[in-house]
Write a protein that binds this ligand. Structure first.
Ligand code: HEM
Length: 170
């Protein structure tokens, strides 16, 4: 009888724990900002990691455009440039960062990585530059929307006691 009670208690704890983890995964590690926007709490190293990936994305966009614009485009080179920021890059994301980012941010980020893989696949299939540029435009317009409307990374200078950085959602 007692072992049944222990089993039920363990199961209940497991269900509650799983529900909490799931809730944080969807909501992210966020608080409400003073101006009504949402803030994502990030450690400095996590913020640096995200910004580094952003710069790699920009590097890839530049590499694809320059590659396509070359007098004799090297398709293999352009394909590899795009592939480098595909889902392989997303697979390296730290679980701690993934828990802190809200679901819409994660979905938008994943769609961009997936589309870079599809762009690379298209080049491998011999798609023309115009088609590749169309794909790139779809990626960059999404990125522009994400960065202008989803949020920005900010250091909380007004509260020197707080040693983290935040992404603020508009
Ligand atoms: C091709 C795709 C993308 C490119 C080229 C790109 C590029 C960049 C660059 C260069 C930065 C500044 C990095 C720095 O300060 O060192 C940045 C910041 C940022 N990006 Fe992206 N990004 C892309 C996609 C995305 C996506 C999909 C999201 C959201 C899901 C996103 C969210 C952000 C945010 C929140 C910041 C911080 C903005 C700020 O502090 O004002 N980006 N990005």
């Amino acid at each position: 009888m007692q072992s049944r009670i222990w089993c039920a208690a363990a199961l209940a704890l497991w269900v509650i724990g799983a529900a909490i983890v799931g809730w944080i995964f969807v909501k992210g590690w966020i608080t409400s900002g003073a101006d009504g926007r949402t803030e994502i709490r990030l450690a400095p190293s996590e913020r640096d990691q995200i910004l580094k990936e952003m710069r790699q994305l920009l590097q890839a966009v530049h590499g694809v455009v320059v590659g396509l614009n070359a007098p004799e485009p090297d398709a293999k080179q352009v394909e590899q440039t795009a592939r480098a920021v595909g889902m392989r890059m997303a697979a390296d994301a730290s679980p701690s960062i993934m828990m802190k980012l809200p679901l819409p941010f994660k979905q938008m980020g994943m769609s961009v990585h997936r589309d870079f893989d599809e762009l690379a696949d298209g080049i491998a299939r011999g798609e023309q530059s115009r088609q590749t540029l169309n794909r790139l435009t779809s990626i960059t317009s999404r990125a522009r929307r994400a960065m202008s409307s989803i949020g920005s990374l900010q250091r909380d200078n007004d509260r020197p006691d707080v040693r983290h950085h935040e992404i603020r959602f508009l």
